[in-house]
Write a new protein. Structure first.
Length: 218
């Protein structure tokens, strides 16, 4: 996958790989168990979807007891939310890693958009379940979703502020406008996921970039 003139590859672990990371973290059993449980949830979500996953499934997949599960999470929804937050962390880190400082700012912006879509595309089944089932995981999940979108909006504003150092003519990006942009791109992804195109999300790059260009004039 290309971002500007540099090859883009997803950085950091995928969520199912967190199970293996949990093995490596045995020196801190609490952290190891939590990682394994989140990774187990991710693997099960990708395999069969949220509604059919049970706490017994998660514990079995993570090779821990149900008692250990309840030491970390109050219920299945809480584990799902942790999984959603972890994927968001991975995507945000991928965006940061895709924007080396030596690239001109407009190309860094395009690279960040492609990194976002590429990272989600790399795990289509998991992306589909997390984006669709977050609405069924209770009011706390919706609050976390709003917080995650706020983090993405804040990151976009930071990227634009960096661009203004190179091009002072760039308009400032308000929190409301950043939220609107992130919300619009997120809705494009959600529609693609609903239509069975989670494995082709990078096809949305042109539309997402056109939206950013229209707002920022780049």
């Amino acid at each position: 996958m290309e971002c500007g003139t540099i090859p883009y590859q997803m950085q950091g672990p995928t969520l199912p790989e967190l199970v293996t990371m949990g093995d490596a973290a045995r020196g801190d059993s609490t952290a190891a168990h939590r990682l394994r449980l989140v990774g187990a949830m991710a693997a099960l979500l990708a395999e069969k979807g949220y509604s059919t996953v049970t706490i017994a499934d998660i514990a079995r997949q993570a090779h821990v007891s149900k008692r250990t599960f309840y030491e970390h999470f109050a219920d299945k929804d809480a584990c799902f939310i942790a999984c959603y937050e972890t994927l968001s962390d991975i995507v945000l880190q991928a965006i940061v890693d895709a924007m080396p400082g030596e690239l001109p700012w407009p190309r860094r912006l395009r690279a960040s958009t492609k990194a976002y879509l590429s990272t989600l595309e790399s795990q289509p089944a998991l992306t589909r379940t997390l984006m669709m089932d977050i609405y069924a995981a209770g009011p706390q999940a919706l609050q976390v979703r709003r917080q995650v979108l706020r983090r993405f909006a804040d990151n976009l504003r930071r990227v634009v502020d960096q661009g203004r150092k190179e091009n002072p003519k760039l308009p400032r990006l308000s929190q409301a406008m950043a939220t609107a942009i992130i919300g619009g791109i997120n809705e494009l992804v959600l529609v693609a996921v609903e239509e069975g195109r989670a494995h082709r999300l990078t096809e949305l790059s042109g539309t997402a970039e056109a939206l950013l260009q229209a707002v920022l004039g780049v």
